[in-house]
Design a protein around this ligand. Structure first.
Ligand code: GLN
Ligand code: ZN
Length: 769
């Protein structure tokens, strides 16, 4: 009999209860007891739901108030140096201080670094380790949850992040030769004492998540993994080693040699590893197969899953477990509430709840193949899948034909970068060190309320247009007054840079409750790409026309690139991503043409997520980068030589993808370089990058506004690495999270800094022999 379990469930609550409670708590309107009560309720309902389903083990430990990695930092006393010995900062206060930073009088403590959880859109808080870190166990919080769950009277499985992954995700202060693995031994002591304590209260199964085994793990880490699990074999508990997000590949043998009771592998992302896993399983180990995609929202093809599972079941019997590929943390709660969608699309969706039902059905189909109820349900599932496949808009002949006719020439600009630069200089007539912004201006209360009123129907189309036009005109005027060289319309109409385009393109649908946690209380509701993407009318033309009328200065149109749209959406799984990317690129290509016709000579195509989608394994990266770059080029290469194509990316570490950045063949790239040292500028220069670059001269993420002198100093440093004729002056990202006062002050200083620097350069030129 195959068994069922889950690696983890969503935890923000079906109506984002956790978000609201957290934010209320931070505002001071909900005390700790109140917040803990909401948390306990959310855990209870997740367990209740598992108890009602046909699950063989109920999972405990997957809940977190803010972030599961941070929970481990506290449980194991991995407290950053600056937080040690801050008296009075205890319990939940300390927890949130680590997550969000803390200020007590003069005393200020920065938050833990927030990093991406493997290749997902979830962000975790990295433990910061140093020579003085002393791992120590405090399992109070976890044990309280265990006893809360035991009241259900069902068998439990406790889940934790494994020691290797926990250390791998940490940051180390490498002074005095300290290395993360130096802490492995004391950390293992903590894991062992914890197992003992869990054993004492009657727990038998411990799930240790080791997704780090699915990345390019260096040899010393692989050896450490072997050491660690040999030590953990002393535990009384049965250990389930959980791997996901990719195949184990060269770590497959390692994982199956470890003295653990069971191994979980992801056979959605890496179906081929099943054969190798079966070969290496041995007679005693159990195998958990992640057969349902934990990260997407589509119904599973159960018939083909069964076809693969039946022989495994025959071979393993009750040593076979079934689960989702990874934790359901990355999926929304329930598709049942999306009945506003076309029926075939609605039935084609499977959120966390429906995925659990799919697992139940798979188990039933394996265990009682002759049941008519099961056959009936499988038939229903197949017909839903068939309906999804023939959903109107799923396949659009016009889109497919156009896509098939795309040639290599369509991905090449008419002239090379140098020739384009000359033409653009003539038409745009920009000064040295031109000033611009990244696109968005403050999204104040009034703008947000206008959008909301329009969405909810209390403001009509004409009223909405009028208010947005006023906002655009105001923003344009402000930029003219400040003396910026390249203006933008300010993006007041965009709630989100992906959702906005999703709402306007064919092939997209919007869910009502499809929220997933991004970090802490922050959730996102990704659009759904279910069909072939096509642009029916202009995406940004109305707004850009208003801006065009409002100024005679150079104006920059603002589009979101294909890769970023894909990264921040739920994408159909029946078409290669490269195909979807090209469809989006063609939509953008048409928009670029129409912007040109409006008299817009500069178009920025934002790709902040280009690096985010980078595959976990190095060997998979070239293929990804090839289609990502291709799609960008397809979107932008229809532009005439006189049109200046900008792109923007929100990170500065791309020494390793420099060649690909260059291959985008953009005329200008603006990047986030205001925070880190100028590594990137150096990287660019060393790689012989010859297009224009705008390394942010100030950090928009901070409310602190630097002075003109500070920005000029920054500019001076940039100019040590790049010739002035190649440099733009801009903030490091969009301004939508700042207020108007901050923006006005900052941009005034920025324009002044550019002026001063130009003067300085002119003087140097005169002084030169
Ligand atoms: N154009 C967008 C803005 O200015 C870019 C945002 C981003 O880089 N994430 O808001
Ligand atoms: Zn940015």
């Amino acid at each position: 009999m195959a068994k069922l379990h889950l690696l983890g469930l969503p935890r923000i609550g079906p109506d984002r209860e956790l978000k609201w409670a957290l934010e209320k708590h931070w505002r001071g309107d909900l005390d700790q007891t109140g917040l803990q009560a909401v948390a306990a309720q959310l855990r209870q309902s997740a367990w209740q739901q598992q108890a009602e389903r046909d699950l063989d083990l109920i999972t405990v430990g997957d809940f977190s108030l803010y972030d599961q990695v941070l929970d481990h930092s506290l449980m194991f006393n991995l407290i950053p140096k600056r937080f040690r010995g801050t008296p009075g900062l205890t319990g939940l206060d300390r927890y949130f201080a680590l997550a969000r930073g803390w200020q007590g009088g003069e005393h200020k403590l920065g938050p833990s670094p927030m990093l991406k959880w493997f290749d997902t859109n979830y962000h975790y808080l990295a433990p910061e380790l140093d020579q003085g870190t002393q791992p120590e166990l405090d399992a109070t919080a976890l044990l309280a949850q265990v006893s809360q769950a035991q009241a259900l009277g069902k068998p439990l499985k406790v889940t934790l992040i494994g020691p290797i992954t926990l250390l791998w995700l940490s940051q180390a202060d490498t002074e005095e030769g300290f290395q993360r693995l130096d802490l492995l031994e004391p950390l293992l002591q903590c894991y062992l004492s914890l197992s003992q304590q869990l054993n004492n209260v009657g727990i038998t199964w411990l799930q240790l998540d080791e997704p780090a085994l699915c990345v390019d793990l260096p040899a010393d880490w692989r050896a450490a993994c072997e050491r660690a699990y040999n030590r953990l074999a002393a535990s009384q508990l049965d250990i389930l080693l959980a791997t996901y997000f990719e195949g184990l590949r060269e770590n497959l043998s390692l994982a199956f040699q470890l003295p653990v009771a069971a191994v979980h592998i992801d056979v959605v992302r890496a179906p081929d590893q099943l054969v190798g896993a079966l070969d290496r399983l041995g007679p005693n180990k159990q195998l958990s197969l992640g057969v349902i995609d934990g990260r997407n929202i589509w119904r599973t093809d159960l018939e083909s899953a069964l076809e693969r599972l039946r022989p495994v079941q025959e071979r393993l019997g009750d040593r076979l477990w079934l689960s989702t590929s990874c934790s359901l943390l990355h999926a929304p709660y329930s598709a049942a509430r999306e009945a506003h969608l076309p029926e075939a699309l609605h039935r084609g969706l499977a959120f966390a709840e429906e995925k659990q039902a799919e697992l139940e059905l798979l188990k039933a189909a394996l265990n009682e193949p002759d049941s008519t109820r099961v056959t009936q349900q499988l038939d229903d599932a197949s017909s839903a899948l068939a309906a999804l496949a023939s959903l109107p808009g799923r396949s659009n002949d016009r889109v497919r034909q156009r896509q098939d006719q795309v040639t290599e020439a369509d991905r090449r600009r008419g002239q090379n970068a140098a020739a384009r630069k000359k033409i653009q200089q003539q038409t745009l007539n920009l000064p040295l060190l031109p000033t611009t912004t990244i696109g968005s201006f403050p999204q104040d209360q009034a703008i947000r309320e206008t959008r909301k009123a329009f969405r909810q129907g209390s403001l009509d189309e004409a009223g909405y247009q009028a208010r947005m036009a006023a906002a655009i005109e105001k923003t344009v005027r402000l930029q003219e007054d400040l003396g910026l060289d390249v203006l933008v319309h300010g993006e007041p109409e965009r709630n989100d840079m992906v959702e906005y385009f999703g709402d306007r393109l064919e092939g997209f649908a919007t869910t009502r409750f499809g929220w997933v946690q991004s970090y802490g209380s922050r959730c996102v509701k990704p659009p759904v790409i279910f069909g072939d993407c096509q642009r029916r009318t202009g995406l940004t033309l109305d707004w850009m026309a208003i801006a065009r009328k409002a100024t005679a200065k150079p104006l920059k149109g603002m589009l979101t690139g294909p890769v970023t749209i894909i990264a921040w959406s739920f994408v159909r799984d029946d078409l290669p991503l490269a195909r979807v990317a090209d469809q989006l690129a063609l939509c953008l290509r048409d928009e670029v043409r129409d912007l040109e016709a409006l008299g817009i000579d500069i178009v920025q195509v934002d790709e902040p997520a280009l690096r985010e989608l980078l595959p976990l394994r190095k060997t998979d990266r070239p293929a990804y980068l090839a289609w990502a770059v291709d799609a960008f080029r397809l979107a932008t290469s229809g532009a005439s030589s006189g049109t200046q194509i900008h792109t923007h990316m929100c990170y500065s570490q791309f020494g390793d993808i420099m060649a690909n950045i260059r291959a985008l063949d953009a005329d200008v790239i603006t990047i986030e370089a205001a925070r880190g040292e100028l590594v990137l500028v150096r990287d660019l220069h060393e790689a012989g990058y010859s297009a224009d670059v705008g390394p942010g001269v100030y950090d928009i993420h901070s409310p602190l506004v630097p002075s003109a002198e500070e920005m000029q100093k920054r500019l001076g440093q940039i100019l040590l690495h790049l010739p002035a004729g190649q440099v733009w002056v801009n903030p490091d990202c969009g301004l939508k999270t700042r207020n108007w006062d901050q923006v006005e002050t900052a941009l005034t200083a920025m324009v002044e800094a550019a002026r001063q620097q130009r003067k300085l350069l002119a003087r140097e030129l005169v002084a030169a022999p």
